[in-house]
Design a protein around this ligand. Sequence first.
Ligand code: SAM
Length: 273
Amino acid sequence: MLVVFTLQPNPEIFEYLGQFSEYGVVTLDVDDKKNDNTCQIYSEQPAFWRAKLQELNLEYEEAPFANPDYLKQNEMDFEPFMVGQYFICHENHNHPTPHDTVRFNINAGTAFGTGRHATTQICMELLGELAVLPIQSVFDCGTGTGILGMVARHQWPKARIVIGDNDPIAIDNARTNFAQNHLPKPIYCVAKGFNHPLIIKNAPFDVVIANILYPVLHQLAPICRQYCQNFLLLSGLLSQQADLITRRYRANGFETIHRIDSGDWAGLLLARV
Ligand SMILES: C[S@@+](CC[C@H](N)C(=O)[O-])C[C@H]1O[C@@H](n2cnc3c(N)ncnc32)[C@H](O)[C@@H]1O
C-alpha cells in the first residue's frame, strides 16, 4: 500500500532524503509567500522511512495515500508560470500562451524539473547569459524532465545536445517532453555522470550543465576538466556549499564568473581558464 509521509525538513535534510529514491518519491512543495517548505514522501516501503525519519529525529505525519493517482493530482495542481521568457505549462492544459514568450509543455511524471525549483531557474538564467555565444555542443548531466536541455535546444537550435540521467524513467520522460514540444531530438543517454560511450564520443562540450547534489558535483570535477572546454553551469548547491565547489573546480581548471543565490540555493557559471 502506498503511504505518504509529510514533514518540514530543512534543505539539507531534503537533499539527503532525495538520495533514497529507490524507496519512494520524495517531493518538495515550496510556498515562497509563507516561506514554508513541505516535503512529502510517497512510498510502498514505509518501514524504511519510519526508521530513517526516526533516526534523523524528524517530526512527521504518516497516512495511507487515499488517492493512488497522485500524478493526476499533480497535473490538476499544476499552474502555469513564467521563468524569464519561458511560459511553462502542464502538457494537458490548454492555457493560452502570453505574447512574446516561449511555451514549454512539461509533464514531469516522477522526474525532477518542472522549472519551479530555484536551482532549475538559476540554471535557466545562467544559460540565458550564454545565449549570444556560438555554442556548438552541450551536455545536460542529470536532465530530469529535460527542461534545461530544452532551453539549450531553443537557444542553440543547431548545437549538438546530449542529455543524460542515471534514472531511465527521467530519460523516458525527457524524450516525451522534447517530442511534445516539437524540439529536434537530442542524444539521450542513461548514464551516471559522463559514463556512457555516446557522451564520451561527443565530448568535449562547449557547455556542461549539472544541476545535481553537492557530493555528485564534487566527484565530477576532474571529469569536467577533461570533457568541458568552455562553460560549466553548476547548481543543486546550498548557498554554504557554493564556495567549496568554487574551490574544488578552481583546482580543476575553472574560474567562477557568476554566482546566483535564490533562497537557500546557489548556482555557478564557471569558465575554463
Ligand atoms: C535536481 S534534479 C535536476 C533536473 C533538471 N536538470 C532541472 O534542473 O530541473 C537532478 C537529476 O540528476 C539525476 N542524477 C543524480 N545523480 C546523477 C548522476 N550521478 N549522474 C547522472 N544523473 C544524476 C537525478 O536522477 C535527477 O533527475
